[in-house]
Structures are given as C-alpha cells and as structure tokens.
Design a protein around this ligand. Structure first.
Ligand code: GLN
Length: 488
C-alpha cells in the first residue's frame, strides 16, 4: 500500500487481514509523517512513541496467533487532550493542568482498546474546549494543513488537522457546540457528533455537561461508523449514557440504506453572514441529492437565531460550575505566591486559566447569580426547549436536514482574536444540534477558489445515526473531495 498514513481505517483493516501490512508498519508510517510535518502543522502537544509502537506490536502478535479482535485492531487513533488516557498527560491545553497525568482511561478509550486500537498522542485544542480556532491553547497554535496561514477550526483543531495532514488514521474529538464538525469542515475531513448520551462522557473533562459529546474525526463516513460502533453504549460510570436504540450496525447499514430520502433545508441557515462561496457550494450539494431522487423540502427552524445566545448562557453556566474543581487544592496548578486560603484559590485560578476560560467563568457565574438566574439561565432553558421542538416538528416531515457546517471557510490566524462575538458566530449552524441532543455529521463538500475545504452538515433525529451515515455516505461516494490531499 502506498502512503499508508493517508489510508482509511477500512482500507488498512483489509490490508492487515490480508497480511499485506502490519500494525507496526502503519503506526511507524504515521509517526514518520508526524516527525516530518508536525513542525509546520503543530497538531500534537506530545506523543509517547515507545508506548505507541508497543501497542502496535501487541496487535501484530494477536494477529499472528489468529486472535485479531476486529476491524479496529492495530489501527492508530490519536486523541484530543481532553480525554483521559491512562498514564498520559491530560492537560486540556491549559496551564492549569500542565503537569497532570491521568491515572485512568476514559470509557471511550477503554472500549477502543478492547477493540484492539492503538491509542496515541495528545492533540491540541482550545483550552478546556472553549473556542473555534484552536488559538486558545496555552501551549501552541495549530495550522490548517490546507493553508498554514489559516486556523484549523476548533476546539478540536488538532484532531481535524492531524487527519488532513496524514498524521493519524483517525482521531477523537469532543463537540459541545460544534467542536468536531466545524474543524472537520475547515480541514476537509469527516466529523461526527453523536446523539447525546450514546457515548459515555466518563473520562472526558467536563466543559458543559448537558452538551458535551465525544465523537470521531475520520477520512470517510464508513470509518466514522466503525469507530462509533466500538464506542457506543450504556456505561455504569456515566448516568447520562444510554443504551443505543434502533439499527446500530452502522457500517453494514451503509450498504443497505440507499434512499431516496426526504431532506429538509432550513431557510434560516442561508441568510445573513454566510460566505457566498459556501452558500453556492451547499446549494450544489442539495441539488445533487435532488438529482438522486431525494425529495427536498423547504423547512423552518424559527428559533435558530436564538441558538448562539442561549448556548452562551447555558454553556458558560455549566462551565462555571464544572471548572470550580480547579482550585489549586485538588487538581492542577497551585500558585507559589499564595499566602492564605483565599489567595490560594484566586491566584491559582488567576495564573492557571487563560483569558477565554476566565471570560466564560465570569459570564456563567453572572447568569447563575441570584437576581439574574430567572432572567438569563431559566429563560435560556425555556428557549432551549423551543429550539428542540423546532427539530421535533421538522422531523415529522423529513428524514434528515441539510445545512452548511460553518458560515465561512478557514480564516487567518489572529483574525477573530479581538472579537469574541465574531468567533462565537463560527458555530451558528452547529450549536442548535447540541442544544437539541441530536446527531450530526460534517462531510467534505468541495473547496473555495482559494483551495480551502467546505463541509456539508447532515442532521438526523435522535438515535438516527444509521440514516445519518447513509445520507452522508451517498454524497461522499459520488464525489472525490474526501480523497483530495493538501500539498504538505
Ligand atoms: N466554539 C464553541 C465554544 O467555544 C463550541 C466549543 C465546543 O464545541 N467545545 O464554546
């Protein structure tokens, strides 16, 4: 196989099975690629090569004995720095956790290990997953492999850039308001945000617990389906996790489910603020579905314009509570300048957290404070229900919904740094999905004239992953955008 580092999970699994390659060869190819180009991309915060190769050797040994576990056995998968991997750093790209080593594996990591995957690397991100450009990392700035002057999106920017640059076969990210799908769109890869609760959050450092979900970033929709199958399911360690319902043989369903589907296009998603090239691209994608016999239905999600403000009340409220645990006593950074208990808290937090994290803690504390709770937090919860009901109503008419993933392609480093509101609008098309607990995927849909990737978002009803993947797969297979590679 040529360019091992740019193959899909499915291709490598076939080659491993046929004895045409080994896990050590694939893993070494990925490590060599990182060595060659990560100085430019800066997707990885750190990497334990010895541990990585020894996992690959163990996989090859299993295979030699005829006891390979399944399609993921021996596949190197890199991990966002917010998911706990035993004995590896878990820093959330924050000074607060600079020297923290995780004593345990997150449930999703354990499940991938049980499937034989080679778990490696710590991928860069916005600090505590707050951001849309990966520029909020306390340690380094990741670049978009398609144009190193631009950002990879965020907060899972390292996870998306690593796939685009051939530095991993697949990666895991997390999505609270769009952090898997938006960077996937900006880097030209596939990003999946599962139904809320389908994948355990145990071992995922909490940002906003009612919104956070783990999900895969991959080269193909089929790879996303394979990874999801291995990770889903009820977990006694996360009370919000749920047993999957309906068709859960996602990869197999891709071969069976061929449409035609009824697809909704929400008119609110094509108005102000969308880049004209992105708009034209998504309209073309919709026309392609129509040409395949799908019925395209004009729908309305009337409360969409409230999604961003509602999100920034709920997410910051939850974050202010979740991040209270970083107090200089139990976890992470402890100020050397403190001389009493109160200054231990304030100085440790003041020194450990970056600017965006502090902004959110302050905002979240404000909306929860007595006197403001009713007018902000409670109202936001009510509007959240209205947003969710819009989707419930839409799904009475359609099987899935098509939208752009991001209103613009990748922007230049620094362009939105002084304007938090402009940055917050990067997730205008993804946030309502998290507020509603629904599954969605971003699939590559083409490029701008300047050669930057564009992503199409498909949204399905809760637990509709089998259809979600099938709708996205049909588009992917009829185009070759996912096979394009940046010149790196
Ligand atoms: N960009 C959004 C934010 O900054 C979403 C982040 C995420 O999904 N983790 O909150």
């Amino acid at each position: 196989m040529s360019f091992l580092h740019y193959n899909s999970i499915a291709q490598i699994a076939d080659a491993l099975k046929a004895g045409e390659t080994t896990s050590v060869k694939v893993t070494q190819a990925v490590l060599d690629r990182i060595e060659a180009i990560d100085g430019q991309v800066q997707a990885f915060l750190c990497l334990d090569a010895v541990d990585t190769i020894s996992q690959a050797q163990a996989s090859d040994a299993r295979r030699a004995q005829g006891s390979a576990i399944g399609r993921l056995d021996g596949i190197p998968i890199a991990i966002k720095d917010i998911l706990a991997v035993k004995d590896q750093p878990l820093r959330c790209a924050s000074k607060m956790l600079e020297s923290y080593i995780s004593p345990f594996d997150a449930t999703c990591i354990r499940r991938l290990r049980d499937a034989g995957a080679v778990i490696f690397g710590r991928l860069n991100m916005d600090e505590f997953a707050m951001g849309s450009s990966t520029e909020n990392s306390a340690f380094q700035t990741t670049s978009n492999p398609w144009n190193l002057d631009t950002i990879p999106g965020g907060s899972s920017g390292g996870s998306a850039a690593a796939i685009a640059a051939g530095e991993a076969i697949a990666t895991l990210g997390t999505d609270t308001g769009g952090s898997i799908r938006q960077p996937a769109a900006l880097c030209g890869v596939v990003g999946t945000k599962p139904t809320y609760g389908l994948i355990s959050r145990y071992g995922l450092v909490a940002f906003a617990s009612s919104l956070d979900q783990v999900g895969p970033l991959t080269r193909t929709v089929e790879d996303a389906a394979l990874l999801m199958e291995a990770m889903i399911g009820k977990d006694a360690l996360d009370s919000t996790s749920i047993s999957p319902q309906g068709d859960i043989c996602y990869a197999e369903a891709l071969q069976k489910k061929k449409g035609p589907w009824k697809l909704g296009v929400p008119r609110e998603f094509f108005g102000n603020g969308i880049d004209p090239e992105v708009k034209a691209n998504i309209e073309n994608a919709i026309e392609w579905y129509r040409s395949q016999g799908c019925e395209i239905i004009d729908i309305s999600l009337p409360h969409s314009d409230l999604a961003v403000p509602v999100y920034y009340i709920i997410a910051t409220a939850e974050a202010s509570s979740n991040l209270a645990r970083f107090d200089g006593v139990r976890y992470g950074h402890r100020s050397a300048a403190a001389d009493d208990v109160l200054s231990l808290f304030t100085k440790s937090r003041g020194e450990g957290f970056g600017e965006e994290v502090k902004r959110r803690i302050i905002l979240g504390t404000y909306v929860l404070s007595s006197g403001y709770y009713d007018s902000y937090y409670l109202r936001a919860q009510k509007v959240r229900t209205l947003i969710r009901n819009d989707f419930v109503k839409a799904f009475e008419q359609v099987d899935a919904i098509l939208t752009p993933t991001s209103p613009t392609p990748a922007f230049k480093h620094g362009e939105r740094n002084d304007d938090p509101l402009a940055m917050y609008l990067s997730d205008i098309y993804t946030i309502s999905v998290n507020l509603s607990g629904l599954p969605a995927i971003s699939v590559p849909s083409g490029f701008t004239k300047a050669g930057l990737p564009i992503g199409l978002q498909v949204i399905a009803p809760a637990f509709g992953e089998a259809d979600l993947f099938a709708v996205a797969h049909s588009f992917e297979q009829a185009h070759d955008y996912h096979e394009q590679r940046p010149k790196l």
